[in-house]
Design a protein around this ligand. Structure first.
Ligand code: GDP
Ligand code: GDP
Length: 455
């Protein structure tokens, strides 16, 4: 909602929303074709282009924001991912596992016209063991005659089946009421910053970049060995680790310690895990194998962190393996492929030798500080006034859009709202962002900039 008439109440809303911590997370699981994506689209009001995604194509984006009766939550859509990549049972099990680890409540979607299948029952078992609240959506009940089909789903043993037609909207209100009841007011595992809890760090990176090596290094060698945990726990493991005289919470480390032996669909699984860890973290440390050419997967993970609005540190690992030539090409890759995160602090480390490990904490602290920076409105407008006077927006169609004033609507990450007399071109917005960074820092944090046009 960037270009629209402006209204001070909107700004107040933005400010209020930004003040809240992370939102509770709802996962939608179920077999292919039961209507998960249709349901998600209905709940989020089709604001997002979920339907345009081709099935089987790994999406970067898996969470959407939704609101019902004034309460906001995140919804995780696991539909559309799986068809080509995994077999049905494996994909549904992976969704369920993801839901258990990352979500505060789960909607299990069953096609009422088909009834409960063995796969549905297997998922129920997984969910029940984890003790997460489950809301049962008996989908494709398009009219009263389908109610009987829905009632059959009591047999799944997860409580009342809510008869719903995701396609037409029938019954979705009752379902959403039940969902709100199942969701906690705020996610249990999350403590806001400033409340004295440890800062939350997600260690991310594609397989084999050295995440578990790094984790073991920073946690001390005597820590749990990967295999001991393998398969024994279904819970996310957040580990408290002392570093640089402070305690940090490394979130979702079970995913790092437990080796996931899914060759098919490993990308898909890794993306889910990355999204889950980002939900819980304040800062993402993205590990890149410096000895190898930067891959699409590396940049995708960085983009996910940026899109999630988290502080970002980029750690080039395996620095011990670099020779002069590789170092030269690495610099060029960084210039070419990582321009969009030029602002992220970089550390060049070796999890093996321990090189530069002591630089990790200062980089994380820098990024978190940037993430929380607030520019007072007066200073911001003085800066904007000078900037606009020196570099006015180019004239388009005889008109020259002007920035009237701006305000920082939120932090974590910094969010700015600019009020302008006309549409501001993307190039000009990027210019403003660049200048904001030059002026105020914001190292290690994405900046969100929206423009409200006042006609
Ligand atoms: P997903 O694979 O679980 O995400 O399922 P989709 O949302 O892609 O839906 C699969 C098919 O079922 C599509 O053709 C939908 O139009 C259809 N569908 C979804 N919900 C309903 C419903 O409530 N009623 C009917 N009749 N069809 C539905
Ligand atoms: P993960 O899949 O990201 O958790 O990666 P691992 O920690 O399992 O590491 C993958 C491989 O890279 C292992 O063989 C590690 O020993 C090796 N490795 C990790 N960090 C370094 C490093 O800094 N230097 C070198 N030479 N090898 C490393």
């Amino acid at each position: 909602a960037a270009e629209e008439g402006f209204d001070l109440e909107d700004v107040a809303g933005d400010v209020a929303a930004a003040g809240h911590g992370p939102l509770p997370v709802l996962a939608v699981v179920g077999r292919p074709n039961v209507g998960k994506s249709t349901l998600v689209n209905r709940i989020i009001g089709r604001r997002e282009a979920v339907v345009e995604d081709r099935p089987g194509v790994t999406r970067d984006r898996v969470t959407y924001e939704a609101e019902w009766n004034g309460r906001r939550f995140k919804i995780v859509d696991t539909g559309g991912w799986e068809q080509d990549v995994l077999g049905i049972d494996a994909s549904v099990a992976a969704q369920a596992e993801f839901a258990i680890e990352a979500a505060d409540a789960v909607v299990l979607v069953v096609d009422a016209t088909v009834g409960a299948t063995d796969t549905d029952e297997a998922v129920v078992k997984l969910l029940r063991r984890a003790g997460k609240p489950v809301v049962l959506c008996a989908n494709k009940v398009d009219g009263p005659s389908g109610e009987a089909d829905a009632a059959m789903l009591w047999s799944l043993g997860v409580g009342e089946p809510y008869p719903v037609s995701s396609l037409h909207g029938r019954g979705t209100g009752d379902l959403l009421d039940a969902i709100l009841e199942a969701l906690p007011e705020a996610p249990a595992q999350v403590f806001g910053a400033g409340l004295g809890g440890p800062r939350r760090v997600a260690l991310l990176g594609r397989p084999n970049v050295g995440k578990s090596s790094l984790l073991n290094k920073v946690a001390g060698e005597e820590r749990v060995v990967v295999d001991k945990l393998a398969g024994t726990t279904r819970d996310p493991v957040d580990e408290l680790i002392e570093l640089g005289g402070k305690t940090w919470k490394f979130v979702d480390t079970a995913g790092i310690r437990r080796r996931v032996h899914l060759t098919e669909g490993a990308d898909y699984y890794a993306s889910l895990r990355t999204a889950a860890a980002l939900e819980k973290a304040e800062v993402a440390v993205v590990l890149i194998d410096a000895s190898e050419t930067l891959s699409v997967q590396d940049t995708r993970i960085i983009s996910m962190a940026v899109e999630a609005g988290r502080a970002v540190v980029i750690a080039y690992n395996k620095w011990d393996l670099l020779d002069e030539e590789r170092r030269y090409y690495l610099e060029r890759e960084i210039e070419q492929d990582l321009v969009q995160v030029q602002w992220a602090p970089r550390v060049n480390v070796s999890a093996q030798t321990g090189r530069h490990m002591e630089k990790l904490v200062p980089a994380i602290e820098t990024a978190l500080a940037g993430w929380e920076t607030r520019v007072p409105t007066g200073r911001l407008n003085a800066f904007l006034g000078e900037l606009v006077a020196a570099h006015p927006h180019p004239i388009r169609g005889g008109k020259q859009p002007r920035i009237l004033f701006g305000t920082q609507a939120g932090t974590r990450p910094p969010r700015f709202v600019l009020f302008a007399s006309g549409f501001l071109e993307a190039g000009y917005r990027r210019f403003i962002e660049r200048r904001l960074r030059e002026e105020f820092g914001f190292e290690g944090t994405p900046i969100q900039l929206s423009v409200r046009v006042r006609e």
